[in-house]
Write a protein that binds this ligand. Structure first.
Ligand code: ATP
Length: 429
């Protein structure tokens, strides 16, 4: 399996992920996606949105503000208890998560440690010109609370009948004590969350359904099944209100790690907002004449963690003719660049560009004329481009191009006017 250092340096070298603010020495826990990485990230979000919202009749999407009324976070319990135990070193001032430290002295400098304190992970800010407690607000640590606070609007205006879900993709912020493992644990990240509102009597059936459905989505991204598993939480791990929770885990170079949580949360969240806002957030079922606060089954996954899983899963090294070949073996429908077009010589650029312009109407196509063909293949192996098309001098007469498969390295000769038909079934999910 690839180690994190190798992957981080490949990501930088190929414009997938950069350290944030690198010219100022970086900012711990923040990352920037480069021209290749942003395409991967978009594909992940598109795939989720297509599957969770557009292809379903029972889920709708929303897009809410990052800063919500601060009472939201009192109701949700975050102000009181969204905290990790923290220890500081009195000498070097370094800060650690208490559960990461077994020694009595600072692991960095041997200095004396403080007692364990609770550290709230929410980033604070102030809204408006006055900077005091009355203007205190938080950057959201998860996207789902606004789904609960907008539940009634969406349900009434959309005339949605329970069971139905509300989905959202957006940024979340957590002032993690020790961000680490590249983009796995950062301080700013994106979540894709869906809250599925249902009757109490049906919640365990929906919970089982969503666990299976979400596991299947990870497979649909091309991630190999042996690197994925489901981990149901033990009773003592569950929040007091939760009826069940299962994580989708992926085997990272640093061990099995949570990608997504699927939880049957009872009606805790809506009930909390009813209590704190004094508003009526229950549901009236026309057919049964029953009025109730719906249960919710939540699915919550990180975009960045999913991208990391795809990268780890895709990375491989091979030996070809005594040389190391690095390949990101992305499934073609997820690949940031799906097809790259090369002119063999700069004299052929114009014709090759025409092919690229045609192909990019249908696929993520890239045009590359820098360096030898061998160098271009290597570059595209490293960003995981599944197909490379070369326009050569023969193409002028036979109107065909060479198409090279990333995985087998086999080259085929295909008529230019057949390229789209040839590629479409190979690239579509
Ligand atoms: P962990 O135990 O790893 O901190 P969590 O259980 O607190 O995660 P949730 O609150 O369930 O995470 O958040 C749902 C999802 O959001 C996680 O499964 C993960 O994919 C993503 N996520 C949470 N925290 C981070 C982070 N600091 N960086 C990147 N992604 C994150």
């Amino acid at each position: 399996m690839v180690d994190m250092e190798t992957l981080t340096s490949l990501c930088k070298r190929r414009g997938i992920i950069f350290q944030s603010s690198e010219i100022y020495g970086g900012l711990n826990g923040f990352w920037d996606f480069g021209p290749v990485g942003v395409e991967l990230k978009r594909r992940v979000k598109e795939s989720w949105w297509q599957r969770m919202v557009r292809s379903r009749d029972d889920v709708v999407g929303i897009d809410t503000s990052i800063i919500a009324h601060p009472r939201t976070w009192i109701a949700s319990g975050h102000v009181k208890s969204f905290a990790d135990p923290m220890i500081d070193c009195k000498k070097c001032k370094r800060r650690f998560r208490a559960d990461d430290i077994s020694e009595k002295k600072c692991p960095e400098c041997g200095g004396e440690l403080t007692d364990v304190r609770q550290f709230n992970l929410m980033f604070e800010t102030n809204v408006g010109a006055v900077k005091d407690n009355s203007s205190l607000a938080y950057l959201r640590p998860e996207t789902c609370q606004s789904i609960f606070t907008q539940f009634k609007n969406v349900q009434l205006i959309g005339r949605k009948k329970v069971p139905f879900g509300i989905a959202q993709i957006g940024k979340a912020f957590r002032n993690e004590i020790t961000p680490r493992n590249f983009i796995f644990r950062s301080r700013e990240f994106e979540q894709m969350e869906m809250e599925f509102f249902c009757h109490d009597k049906e919640s365990s059936t929906w919970y089982e359904y969503w666990v299976a459905e979400r596991f299947d989505w990870f497979k649909s991204l091309g991630i190999k099944e042996k690197g994925l598993r489901l981990r149901p939480h033990a009773k003592d791990e569950l929040a007091h209100y939760a009826k069940g929770c299962t994580d989708v885990e992926f085997e990272m170079p640093f061990g099995w790690s949570e990608m997504e949580g699927i939880a049957d949360r009872g009606n805790y969240d809506l009930s909390q907002h009813i209590e704190h806002s004094g508003k009526d957030l229950d549901y009236f079922d026309d057919a049964t004449k029953e009025k109730y606060v719906p249960n919710v089954v939540e699915t919550s996954v990180g975009v960045d963690r999913t991208c990391l899983a795809i990268l780890v899963d895709a990375y491989r090294e091979e030996e070809v003719k005594g040389e190391k070949r690095v390949v990101l073996g992305f499934a073609p429908h997820i690949a940031p660049v799906q097809v790259a077009v090369f002119p063999l010589s700069s004299k052929l650029s114009e014709k090759a560009l025409t092919i690229h312009h045609e192909l990019r109407k249908h696929f993520a196509s890239d045009f590359d004329e820098a360096g030898s063909i061998g160098k271009r293949y290597r570059r595209h192996d490293e960003v995981g481009t599944p197909f490379c098309v070369t326009y050569d001098f023969d193409s002028e007469n036979d109107h065909k191009v060479t198409i090279r498969d990333r995985d087998t390295m086999v080259q085929d000769r295909i008529a230019i006017d057949q390229l789209e038909n040839y590629l479409a079934p190979l690239i579509s999910p």
